[in-house]
Design a protein around this ligand. Structure first.
Ligand code: 5AD
Ligand code: SF4
Length: 509
């Protein structure tokens, strides 16, 4: 734990003393991806330490937090609508209103908030999230509005409290930031450069989760397969047998791996203590942790999907057979304009390689339609790739201009009309492909972790199979948190329906 985190824990302690016995509540509204969800879990952890309890009703909260996303434009409209509504709440109830997350790293947004919504109490960015307790303490003491946003990349702060949203499935961040600068994307500007957590911190977190009864973890990062975590002055994994191994290349950066274990160049070259691990090694070591049944990861970049990563997945049944492989466009021309660093052919070759090595793999993807300069031919290339790959799931986005990104400056923007028409054509194809694909599940038995009741039908339970497919079935609440076998009876585009075949695990947490 760093000095900075210790200081923050002291602030949490001070606020906890101020708040004791007051029965205070918090409510967090999270927008965007799982990385934001994880940040919200950390904010919730800090709030719990400061004697705030969670409430699902924002009107009942003493502190209301908006954790924002800025990947696409519609999040801005959503946020401004919602914060406008809090003015009354703040006036009548004295609710503290704080806004944080990616959008706060954009200067034009914080300026707009300061000007049009001056009642907001705290604005903090992605790099200052760890200082939330200090900001809140200063607000409570001095009654002055706080704006705490910095541009420089934040460090990695280990040891902050966390309150997880689930007790069987957990997200584990392995790296922060992104170095890729895809020309449409705002993320590198608001999340900073890549910073990998050390392998020890990740493995310790997963071991703790396993001890607490968690069964499924998702390793998270903007670009997980460029993970490069340095071991900090101690052995990365106590499970690793330390033997002297002969390595022909004294300067090889990657530790030597074989089928049974990962061995470090230890005695020969004496630098085992500061080895750098890549994603393949991390995946193999995480898979060795007992108690964790399923490991997922989000999101990899096709350009960094190495043979070692494919091998690590194929060798480890615990690693989910669902791989999310963002395509963005099927046209080599557009991919170049997007700065994606692969061609249509390279993407298709990668898919072939993955399918050969992992025969039961299922793929999902992200696609942007209407990128500046996208011609009808380019768009047809995208349709062709979708047909060739046979994705299980496609997340489709209409290109959205992000201020400060190169693509926003392009002269050849596509009209809204064409963007929407292309989106509809892609959706029609995707729907048909997904339906075709789903047929293969009918009659099969799928092993799943039961997550809870379905949001759309509270008499039904849901869970996801290894391919991340939602499965809905009848059952009662004591199955929640257990692993069961479900026989699939029908497909419904975005989910499969089935019947409990066998309750595998009878003990619950
Ligand atoms: N417009 C539309 N979609 C975008 N994405 C990222 N930036 C933009 C943008 N400016 C999509 C990409 C990415 C997903 C998380 O969001 O497909 O993979
Ligand atoms: Fe954005 Fe590209 Fe980085 Fe993904 S890899 S976060 S799309 S810049």
């Amino acid at each position: 734990m760093t000095e900075q985190v210790k200081t923050q824990l002291e602030y949490m302690d001070k606020i906890s003393k101020i708040n004791k016995g007051k029965n205070l509540k918090y409510h967090i509204i999270t927008m965007g991806c799982q990385l934001n969800e994880n940040d919200s879990e950390k904010i919730a952890g800090m709030l719990m330490k400061m004697q705030y309890a969670e409430t699902i009703d924002s009107h009942d909260a003493n502190i209301l937090i908006f954790n924002t996303c800025c990947v696409r434009e519609n999040s801005e409209e959503k946020l401004f609508g919602k914060i406008g509504e809090t003015k009354k709440l703040r006036k009548e109830k004295g609710t503290i209103v704080a806004i944080c997350g990616c959008m706060m790293q954009e200067k034009h947004i914080t300026e707009k908030i300061k000007k049009s919504y001056p009642f907001i109490d705290i604005i903090f960015g992605t790099h200052t999230l760890y200082k939330f307790a200090e900001d809140l303490y200063n607000l409570l003491q001095n009654k002055k509005k706080i704006v705490d946003v910095i541009d420089i990349d934040g460090e990695i702060y280990e040891g902050l409290p966390i309150k997880r949203n689930d007790n069987k499935k957990a997200n584990v961040i392995i790296m922060y930031g992104c170095n890729n600068f895809c020309s449409y994307c705002i993320v590198p500007y608001v999340r900073g450069r890549e910073r990998s957590r050390s392998p020890q911190d990740i493995l310790n977190e997963v071991r703790e989760l396993a001890k607490e009864g968690y069964k499924e973890i998702t390793l998270l990062g903007q670009n997980v397969n460029s993970y490069a975590g340095k071991c900090r002055g101690e052995l990365c994994s106590p499970e690793m047998p330390l033997r002297e191994v002969f390595l022909p290349q004294a300067n090889a950066v990657r530790p030597y791996t074989d089928n049974t274990s990962l061995r470090l160049r230890y005695s020969e070259y004496g630098n085992a203590l500061d080895q750098t691990w890549d994603f393949a090694i991390l995946l193999k070591e995480v898979a060795k942790i007992d108690g964790i049944e399923t490991i997922r990861f989000l999101s990899p970049h096709p350009k960094d999907f190495t043979d070692e990563v494919i091998e690590a997945i194929s060798e480890n049944k615990k690693v989910s057979r669902w791989i999310h492989l963002p395509l963005q466009s099927g046209s080599t021309n557009v991919l170049k304009l997007m700065n994606r660093k692969y061609t249509k052919e390279q993407y298709l070759n990668l898919v072939e390689k993955i399918k050969n090595k992992i025969p039961d793999v299922v793929l999902s993807t992200d696609i942007i339609v209407g990128f500046p300069g996208e011609t009808e031919e380019d768009f047809e290339d995208t349709l062709e790739v979708v047909k060739k790959v046979g994705f299980e799931q496609v997340y489709m986005f209409i290109y959205s201009k992000r201020i400060g990104t190169p693509a926003a400056e392009a002269q050849d923007q596509i009209s809204e009309d064409i963007k929407h028409k292309r989106f509809d054509r892609l959706k029609k194809l995707v729907d048909a492909e997904v339906q075709k694909n789903n047929q293969k599940y009918i009659g099969k038995t799928e092993k799943i972790l039961v997550e809870g009741f379905s949001k759309n039908n509270e008499n039904m339970l849901t869970g996801r199979n290894s391919a991340n497919k939602i499965i809905v079935f009848e059952g009662n609440s004591d199955l929640i948190g257990k692993t069961v076998e479900i026989k699939i009876t029908s497909e419904h585009q975005w989910y499969l329906r089935g019947k409990v075949e066998n309750n595998i695990e009878r003990t619950s947490k």
